[in-house]
Design a protein. Structure first.
Length: 165
């Protein structure tokens, strides 16, 4: 006698649907059917996912605005130059620079062995890189890598402003 391939599943949303599980190995069908029973049916899952999109987008917009405010306040406090690049990359670049530099400060000074003099020298090098795209490209870098990354920055990544402010 062959293991059945059709399973009537009562999903957690209450809908009863017949699923063809023939594409699964015979010894995995019962467990998968049990797993399916603990989930909403496909239609209910999609409806819940789609209706939640607005809430997610609102939350993300609020989070980005909060991060942007923190990045701008930080840039003003530490006299960072404005970034250069396409309009749509500037805010992202500001947030990326803020996150990487604050992570680097924590790793190198707060938790590491650097003193404020070492950090001040690095901070001056940070001010020279004004291309928003460079900061965006480094957004996943480790804070401890920042000195080496700044050393690898090219003339295209550095601004044309007077470095002596």
């Amino acid at each position: 006698m062959a293991v059945r391939t059709e399973w009537k599943i009562v999903h957690s949303c209450g809908h009863e649907i017949t699923h063809n599980l023939s594409d699964r190995p015979a010894d995995k069908r019962a467990g998968f059917a049990r797993w399916l029973g603990g989930r909403d049916c496909t239609d209910c899952w999609k409806a819940a996912r789609d209706s939640d999109t607005v809430a997610k987008e609102e939350w993300l917009a609020a989070k980005r605005a909060e991060e942007q405010q923190a990045a701008l306040a930080w840039a003003e406090q530490f006299d960072m130059p404005p970034l250069e690049g396409p309009e749509r990359a500037l805010a992202w670049g500001e947030r990326s620079r803020y996150q990487l530099v604050t992570t680097a400060y924590t790793a190198l000074v707060t938790e590491g062995s650097w003193d404020e003099a070492d950090w001040s020298a690095l901070e001056e090098r940070i001010r020279t890189v004004t291309r928003a795209g460079w900061w965006i490209d480094q957004r996943d870098a480790e804070g401890t890598d920042l000195p080496e990354l700044l050393g690898a920055a090219t003339a295209d990544d550095r601004g044309t402003e007077n470095p002596f402010r």
